[in-house]
Design a protein. Structure first.
Ligand SMILES: [Fe+2]
Length: 333
């Protein structure tokens, strides 16, 4: 039987042996973007309570926050803090964000649009809750110290995981269900279509995610407003966007076919005595060219969408200019 302490010591020795000690030092890079979006890129946060936050007054007086980019993952994480006796402005967003209170204590009011009354949750260190989809919530610090909380969500990773899980369930359970009833050949054909559809679905998700990033960067807004901006953009410029999308997909397919041809063509040399030795460096060169081609394609697509979006944004700004009225509550959610 191995005790937890000796298991931890063995793990520690193993990591030190592998030269991975720096993994746990908590070092990282601060990427300054704009208030509310400054990012701390790291793979380990040793102390949630003491990590330095940056000022973000838009969401509540004296508020601070930092976004995390954790080990290149797609998981969303950020920390926010509000000073003693203040609150975070009420807001709402999609489901899945978990709020974990680090220090301070107080309460949170939750309500749906049109509700007559609030739900109230008391919190202190260690309390976790997940505000449901589009439910408004507003945190109040009633303690003697600033209140700090960590928000965690799966982000794009959850969409990928659910898509692949749905696909696997369909193929595996479907295969079992049709056994003995339909020709397996017919089922193989359906499964192949499902595989193609998974590819199309992931492409669409990545495409929408790219547009969302562009909208958020150009408009300097959060996810919810960014999503609304993307919906407006697609409605207004559907033909142009579809045109760019189709050209990009065609180029990716052509580049994939060309690289597969080059790869197998170079592979044939392996059968020629002596000259065959050149196959390894040649395939390496093919990989490099392929990587550069895809990188270039990606950047070209980004540039094309960005140009389209900026055109749309400036047209919209010009159209709105004449019709703008001042609102007494001119802040965002
Ligand atoms: Fe929230």
């Amino acid at each position: 039987m191995v005790s937890p302490a000796s298991a931890a010591a063995a793990q520690d020795r193993h990591l030190r042996g592998a030269g991975k000690q720096e993994y746990f030092s908590g070092e990282g890079d601060l990427i300054t973007v704009r208030p509310g979006n400054h990012m701390w890129e790291t793979n380990f946060v040793p102390d949630l309570g003491s990590i330095e936050l940056k000022s973000w007054g838009d969401r509540g007086a004296g508020g601070t926050n930092i976004m995390f980019v954790l080990a290149d993952g797609t998981m969303h994480a950020h920390i926010s803090e509000m000073p003693v006796g203040t609150y975070k402005k009420g807001h709402r967003h999609g489901p899945g964000l978990h709020v974990l209170f680090v220090h301070g204590s107080g309460y949170t009011l939750l309500w749906y649009y049109g509700d007559k009354d609030y739900k109230r949750i008391e919190w202190k260190h260690g309390v976790v809750f997940a505000p449901p989809d589009e439910m408004f919530h507003q945190h109040f610090d009633t303690s003697q110290r600033p209140a700090r909380y960590l928000a965690l969500g799966f982000g794009l990773m959850l969409v990928y995981a659910l898509s692949v899980a749905g696909y696997l369930a369909f193929v595996l359970y479907g295969y079992r269900a049709v056994q003995g009833r339909v020709l397996i050949l017919g089922w193989t054909f359906i499964a192949a279509i499902a595989t193609g559809m998974l590819g199309v679905w992931i492409t669409v998700i990545n495409f929408l995610y790219l547009l969302l990033q562009i909208a958020m960067a150009v408009e300097a807004v959060g996810v919810a407003q960014g999503a609304r901006a993307v919906a407006r953009f697609i409605r207004a410029e559907v033909r142009e966007i579809a045109g760019v999308f189709l050209v990009v997909v065609a180029l990716v397919v052509a580049a994939t076919l060309a690289s597969a041809l080059a790869w197998s063509g170079v592979g044939l040399i392996a059968f020629v005595p002596l000259v065959g030795l050149a196959v390894f460096p040649l395939q390496l060169a093919a990989l490099l060219v392929r990587g550069l081609a895809f990188e270039y394609l990606g950047l070209t697509a980004l540039g094309a969408y960005l140009t389209l979006y900026q055109g749309h944004a400036s047209q919209r700004a010009a159209a709105l200019d004449g019709a703008r009225i001042a609102t007494p509550l001119g802040h965002t959610a």
